[in-house]
Design a protein around this ligand. Structure first.
Ligand code: GDP
Ligand code: MG
Length: 358
C-alpha cells in the first residue's frame, strides 16, 4: 500500500511550490523570488527580437562590421556561409537570423544602409534612414491600436543604430552633427570610430575626447543617455561606458592563423589586427554592449521612450476624438510625415512615467 501522503496544507496552492519554500508553520519568505524563474521560462519560450541598424558614409566598414558581429565569438558556431565578398550597399535592406544558445532564442535583424554623404548636395540625406525608423514605429502603432490585436506584435523597430564616424582624427563634421542630432531624438545611437586601424593609439584617444566634446556642445545624447540612468548602479556602469564611447572599432570577416590560434582580423604587412583583441581595437566593447550587457535596456528605451514619443505625436496630430470606448481612427502616416517627425527631446520624465505603476 502506498504510504500516506501529507494532506495538503491550507496554504498550499495548486501550483507546485519552489523546493525552497519552507513548511507553512514556519514564517519565512513567501517565495517571491520564484517569479524570476517564471520570467526566465516565459522569456525562453517567447525568445527575443533585436534589431540593429548601421549608418554612416559609404566605405567606412558598416557591412563588414555586421559580418564581424555574426562571425565573432558570440555566434561563430551558429552561422555558416557568410563567405561571399561584400558588395557595395546600394539600398536599405535587412537580414534576419535566428540564433539559439543554451535554449535562448534570439531573432536578430541587422539593417544595412547605403552610405550617405557621397553627393555634392547632402541635403536631407538622413530622410531615408529616419523614414525607415519611423515606418517601423508606425507599423507597430497600427497593430497596437487595433481593437482585436495580435497577442504578440512583431517588433521590427530599430533598437540600436550604430553610427560610423570617419577616422579623420579631427572632430565631428557638420554633416555628422546634423545627422546625429536628428537620429538621437528618434532612436538609440551608439557612435563608433570606424576603421580605427588607420589611427595611432594616441590619435584615437584625442579623437574620442574631441567627439565627446562635440556631442556635449551640440546637446547630442547618444546611448546610454545620462538622463535615463535608473539608479546608482546604472550610473556607475554607464559612466564607464560613456567614457569609452565612441568605441574605436575595426571590422573584418576573414579568419587568420596567429600563433596557432584562429582569429578574426585584418592581415597587413606588419601582422594581423585582431578584432576581438582589446589591445588592437574596441570591437569587443561594442559587441558586449549590444548583446551581452545592454540588449534588454536598448529594447526598453526604444519602447518606453522613442516609440512612446512617436506614439504621442501621432495620436495628437491625428486629432483623435474620444467617441466611445475603443474608438480609434488613425490613418496611416504618409511618407512625408515619416521623415518630418521631430520627436521631443528625450527627458527623464517621459521615462519615469512608465515606472510609476510599480
Ligand atoms: N582598414 C580597414 N578597412 C576596413 C575596415 N572595415 C572594412 N574595411 C574595408 O573597407 C571597404 C568597405 O567596406 P564596407 O563594409 O563595404 O563599407 P560600407 O560601405 O560602410 O558598408 C572593404 O574593402 C572592407 O574590407 C576596417 O575596420 N579597417
Ligand atoms: Mg555597405
Amino acid at each position: 500500500m502506498e504510504p500516506l501522503r501529507h494532506s495538503p496544507s491550507p496554504c498550499s496552492s495548486s501550483r507546485p511550490s519552489s523546493p525552497s519554500t519552507p513548511p507553512c508553520e514556519m514564517p519565512g519568505p513567501v517565495g517571491v523570488e520564484a517569479v524570476l524563474e517564471q520570467l526566465k521560462i516565459k522569456a525562453m519560450k517567447m525568445g527575443f527580437e533585436f534589431n540593429i541598424m548601421v549608418v554612416g558614409q559609404s566605405g567606412l566598414g558598416k557591412s563588414t562590421m555586421l559580418n564581424t558581429l555574426f562571425k565573432s565569438k558570440v555566434w561563430k558556431s551558429n552561422l555558416p556561409g557568410l563567405k561571399v565578398p561584400i558588395p557595395q550597399t546600394l539600398q536599405l535592406h535587412s537580414v534576419t537570423h535566428v540564433i539559439e544558445e543554451k535554449g535562448v532564442k534570439l531573432k536578430l535583424t541587422v539593417i544595412d544602409t547605403p552610405g550617405f554623404g557621397d553627393q555634392i548636395n547632402n541635403d536631407k540625406c538622413w530622410d531615408p534612414i529616419l523614414g525607415y525608423i519611423n515606418e517601423q514605429y508606425e507599423r507597430y502603432l497600427q497593430e497596437e491600436i487595433l481593437i482585436t490585436r495580435q497577442r504578440h506584435i512583431p517588433d521590427t523597430r530599430v533598437h540600436c543604430c550604430v553610427y560610423f564616424v570617419p577616422p579623420t582624427g579631427h572632430c565631428l563634421r557638420p554633416l555628422d552633427i546634423e545627422f546625429l542630432q536628428r537620429l538621437c531624438q528618434t532612436v538609440n545611437v551608439v557612435p563608433v570610430i570606424a576603421r580605427a586601424d588607420s589611427l595611432t593609439m594616441e590619435e584615437r584617444e584625442t579623437f574620442r575626447r574631441r567627439i565627446q566634446q562635440n556631442l556635449r556642445t551640440h546637446c547630442i545624447e547618444v546611448y546610454p543617455q545620462k538622463c535615463l540612468d535608473e539608479d546608482i548602479n546604472d550610473k556607475i556602469l554607464n559612466s564607464k561606458l560613456r567614457e569609452r564611447i565612441p568605441f574605436a572599432v575595426v571590422g573584418a570577416d576573414q579568419q587568420h592563423l596567429v600563433n596557432g590560434r584562429c582569429v578574426l582580423g585584418r592581415k597587413t604587412k606588419w601582422g594581423v589586427i585582431e578584432v576581438e583583441n582589446m589591445a588592437h581595437c574596441e570591437f569587443p566593447l561594442l559587441r558586449d554592449l549590444l548583446i551581452r550587457s545592454h540588449l534588454q535596456d536598448l529594447k526598453d528605451i526604444t519602447h518606453n521612450v522613442h516609440y512612446e514619443n512617436y506614439r504621442i505625436i501621432r495620436l495628437n496630430e491625428s486629432h483623435l476624438l474620444p467617441r466611445g470606448p475603443g474608438w480609434v481612427n488613425l490613418a496611416p502616416a504618409s511618407p512625408g510625415q515619416l521623415t518630418s517627425h521631430q520627436p521631443f527631446k528625450i527627458c527623464r520624465e517621459a521615462h519615469k512615467d512608465s515606472e510609476k505603476e510599480f
